[in-house]
Design a protein around this ligand. Structure first.
Ligand code: CU
Length: 143
């Protein structure tokens, strides 16, 4: 009985050590910062709102009732004052420094994207027609 217990303890110990090593490996792969983005009708929430410069992994969750997207723009303009096309009801991306995007995805889904961000001020928007003016924009600080 005692012998079995000792064996089981050793097995559990090996398991824990293996898990620990795997967790460390994951951290190394990420080599950076995670930013959780929650999309709603009609807002974008960030957690945290400030991340260190470098490789930033954005994990976006669509908690809205329709498709949304995340566009990362480097700009010092106020989040709600980006150049806007009133006819198309969209921000004019060609007039801005667009770093990258997570293309639109369905309500209830999650998507990820990796972006290399240098220190500065960014605005994240959803630029599906009308979504920006309805409130889907927010500031991200990278330092
Ligand atoms: Cu949207």
């Amino acid at each position: 009985m005692k012998r079995i217990s000792r064996y089981m303890f050793a097995t559990v110990l090996v398991g824990v050590v293996a898990l620990g090593a795997a967790a460390c490996g994951d951290d190394d792969d990420d080599a950076g910062n995670r930013l959780n983005v929650t999309l709603r009708d009609w807002a974008i929430d960030l957690k945290p709102a400030t991340v260190p410069a470098g490789e930033v992994e954005i994990r976006a969750k669509n908690n809205g009732s329709t498709a949304h997207e995340v566009i990362v723009i480097r700009t010092d303009l106020p989040a709600d004052k980006l150049p806007y096309d009133d006819a198309a009801n969209k921000v004019i991306e060609s007039e801005l420094d667009v770093i990258g995007e997570i293309e639109q995805f369905a309500a209830g889904e999650s998507e990820e994207g990796s972006f290399t961000l240098s220190a500065g001020r960014y605005v994240l928007i959803c630029n599906i027609a009308t979504h920006y003016e309805l409130g889907m924009h927010t500031v991200l600080t990278v330092q």
